[in-house]
Write a protein of this length. Structure first.
Length: 319
């Protein structure tokens, strides 16, 4: 004799009453309740063997309504979700098999409201955010958890968009960056740091685009470079400095293209290179020098084409 796979009841062609599904070995799998063709009441699913409960889903007139529960095969809680009229309404909580709280949030008519918690055990990361009408709003934090938990990202949202100052931290808690946002876009002066917390760069943004001065610094605090930008492109006089303050390079740009005179020097201030550009093309003198200042190669260009070159070896040029 075969094993019963399912038992269904119908009234006037519609599912009505208790319905049973079975595993292949004949043990109970699912018990469902219907009223006039619609799920109504508790729908219970069992793990193989038919004794331990896997899920309990509660329905009212065909839609989820009330607490929905699921369990691990060890009987430990896996999830609890509260529904009303088919949408999340109330607390939603998820747990790992070790009973670590993985997620917790409160819903009103399907929309997240207030504090929302998430845990990512493998990465040892927890995220605490806040919602208003299903949009990120106010404080957002990412924390690396351990013996000494460290915040690695912190900022605020306003109606789903990043707003104000956002700070990233390294594993030791030192700042890696401080960026300013306005309506979801970088806007204003942002600062960036090395792993020891030393300032390395500041950048001015407008509407997520670099616009204004970028400054670079040595880890000891001395200025390393200045890079002016307009609408994301280098524009103006770009400077590089040695740690002693002596000029290293000076290049001129126009709308992202080299334009005008460019120069490079040794740390002692001796000219190593000078060249002229026109809208990104070599145009004019293009000379290189040995560290003692004597000529290494003298050249001239017109619209990218070399029209003159005279080279000097070390014996001739540098002595």
């Amino acid at each position: 004799m075969g094993v019963v796979a399912e038992k269904y009841q119908y009234v006037n062609g519609l599912l009505d009453g208790e319905q049973y599904d079975y595993y292949d070995d004949g043990t109970l799998h699912i018990v469902k309740h219907y009223t006039m063709g619609k799920p109504h009441g508790d729908q219970v699913e069992y793990f193989p063997g038919g004794e331990l409960t896997a899920t309990i889903a509660r329905y009212q007139d065909g839609v989820l309504d009330g607490l929905q529960e699921s369990f691990y095969d060890s009987t430990e809680m896996k999830a609890v979700l509260s529904y009303q009229d088919g949408v999340l309404h109330g607390w939603k909580r998820l747990w790992s098999k070790r009973q670590e709280l993985l997620e917790e949030g409160y819903y009103e008519e399907g929309r997240l409201q207030g504090r929302f918690y998430q845990l990512f055990p493998q990465e040892k990361i927890e995220v605490v955010s806040h919602y208003r009408d299903n949009q990120l709003h106010e404080l957002y934090q990412v924390v690396h958890i351990g013996e000494d938990s460290v915040t690695i990202l912190e900022g605020n949202y306003s109606h789903g968009l990043s707003e104000g100052e956002w700070t990233k931290y390294g594993a030791t808690g030192r700042k890696l960056s401080v960026e300013k946002f306005f309506q979801g876009k970088k806007h204003g002066n942002s600062s960036y740091y090395d792993s020891r917390g030393k300032l390395t760069r500041t950048v001015e943004y407008i509407d997520d685009v670099v616009h204004g001065m970028v400054k670079e610094y040595y880890s000891t605090g001395e200025e390393k470079g200045r890079l002016p930008h307009i609408e994301g492109k280098l524009h103006g006089e770009v400077l590089s400095l040695y740690q002693n303050g002596q000029m290293s390079k000076r290049y001129r740009y126009q709308q992202g293209k080299l334009h005008g005179k460019s120069q490079e020097w040794t740390e002692r201030g001796i000219l190593l290179f000078e060249g002229e550009y026109n809208q990104g093309e070599k145009h004019g003198v293009f000379n290189r020098y040995y560290p003692d200042g004597k000529p290494r190669a003298l050249q001239a260009f017109e619209h990218g084409n070399r029209i003159y070159k005279n080279s000097f070896d070390m014996m001739e040029g540098g002595g």
